[in-house]
Structures are given as structure tokens and as C-alpha cells.
Write a protein that binds this ligand. Structure first.
Ligand SMILES: [Zn+2]
Length: 232
């Protein structure tokens, strides 16, 4: 313990593309990777919102499309990504968040990466949906103070009652089993074609089971899968 360095460096510029369903701990793994490799997380959603906030030409174009009820074009998203990965903090590598969303975007992304001499690693956090559903639908919340509980992993001292103020606990709408199932199904519809695309075109697809172990243990497995791409 404590012998392993807390940070490492990618040996060549690399894009990390992380896929994980709701409840897979994707956000946590992404944060761990950012800290470990000291690379930025690039969120296309954040970039689009920034342009809208700034009210610049791109922002106005985005708003116009959204007002017309259409999606932001792949072309624009790819252009934003290309600009972003040229910034100094991204020269060593970066993690994509919310990108690519379609096989067409993925194809464009690979062209874009090879254009800047960057490689790619796709990490797929595999989960057993039954485990996720049990975990999420076990969540309970206190409507009074907002404290979260879990029937299995973090039960209140007295069943159904908040430890802090005694209020009866509730299930939030987002945590209802049918809502969770629908979100998982939606994730699957969107992501499966992307995973299949990457399986066919890259030898850097890493699949890690993330449904049972603690996030730290999942991250250790990710690190060991990446070991030939980094140095301390
Ligand atoms: Zn409470």
C-alpha cells in the first residue's frame, strides 16, 4: 500500500472514451482517470453550453437548431472537439464525455484523432443490469433533509425513517424500478452500436465488469489494463 505512484503519464497522446450505463460508476471512474493521468475531461455538452452562454456565432447557431427542434450537427460537434483537443492542456491526452454518440461521430472521431497523432482507448464498464436495478431501486431519500440511504448498502437505523430528523423516507421518481429499466434500455439502444463499431475497428477496447466491486477495485483493474500505455 502507498507504493504505487498516485499519478502516471500516457506515453503517447491518447483519447480515452468511457462507456458505462447509469449506475455503473462512470462518473467516478472518469474522475479517477483525470486525477491519475492529469488529463482533462472533454464534455461536448459543456462546450455547447459554453458557446450558448457566451452568445457567440457558434452559440447562436446551436440555439437556432435547438429552437427548430433539431440536433446539433455532427460536423459542428466534431469541429468543437477538434478545437478543444488542440488546447495546451490536452496535448498529452483527454477523456471524452458524451462523445461520440453515434457510429458516424465515432468514425469522424477516429479520423480526427489520427489527424493529430493521437491513439484511442475505449473503456466499457460492463454491468449486470439486475445488480444495477437492485442497487438503484434500493435508494431511499429523506424528503426533509435530502439524506440518501440504501436499503442494502446504507440502511437507516430504523427502517423507513431518516436517522437525522425522523422523517419517513421516500423513493425518488428517478429511482423507481420502471424508470431505471427504461433508462438502461435507452442507454443500451444508444451505446450497443458504438461498442460494436469499436469492437470492429480498434484493438483497444477494454471491457471491465463494474457491477459488483467497489469503485476503487474497478479502477485498479482499469489501471492494470492500461499499464502498457502509461509510465509512472
Ligand atoms: Zn432527514
Amino acid at each position: 500500500m502507498g507504493e504505487e505512484p498516485a499519478t502516471a503519464r500516457l506515453t503517447r497522446p491518447t483519447a480515452i472514451i468511457l462507456f458505462g450505463s447509469p449506475g455503473s460508476g462512470k462518473g467516478t471512474q472518469s474522475k479517477y482517470l483525470v486525477e491519475w493521468l492529469r488529463i482533462p475531461q472533454i464534455s461536448t455538452g459543456d462546450m455547447l453550453r459554453e458557446h450558448i452562454r457566451a452568445g457567440d456565432a457558434i452559440g447562436l447557431a446551436i440555439q437556432e437548431r435547438m429552437r427548430a427542434g433539431s440536433l446539433v450537427s455532427d460536423e459542428l460537434v466534431n469541429q468543437l472537439v477538434l478545437e478543444r483537443i488542440h488546447k495546451p492542456d490536452a496535448t498529452g491526452g483527454f477523456i471524452f464525455d458524451g462523445y461520440p454518440r453515434t457510429p458516424a461521430q465515432a468514425e469522424a472521431m477516429l479520423r480526427l484523432l489520427s489527424g493529430v497523432g493521437a491513439g484511442e482507448v475505449v473503456i466499457h464498464l460492463i454491468v449486470d443490469y439486475n445488480v444495477i436495478i437492485a442497487r438503484i431501486s434500493g435508494r431511499r431519500a429523506c424528503p426533509k433533509c435530502g439524506t440518501l440511504y440504501n436499503c442494502v448498502s446504507r440502511p437507516p437505523k430504523v427502517e423507513g425513517v431518516c436517522d437525522l430528523d425522523g422523517a419517513p423516507l421516500v423513493i425518488r421518481d428517478d429511482d423507481r424500478e420502471e424508470v431505471v429499466r427504461e433508462r438502461l434500455a435507452q442507454y443500451e439502444r444508444q451505446t450497443q452500436p458504438l461498442i460494436e463499431f469499436f469492437r470492429a475497428v480498434t484493438d483497444r477496447l477494454i471491457e471491465v465488469d463494474a457491477s459488483r466491486d467497489r469503485p476503487e477495485a474497478v479502477f485498479e483493474r482499469i489501471k492494470s489494463e492500461l499499464k502498457d500505455l502509461v509510465r509512472a
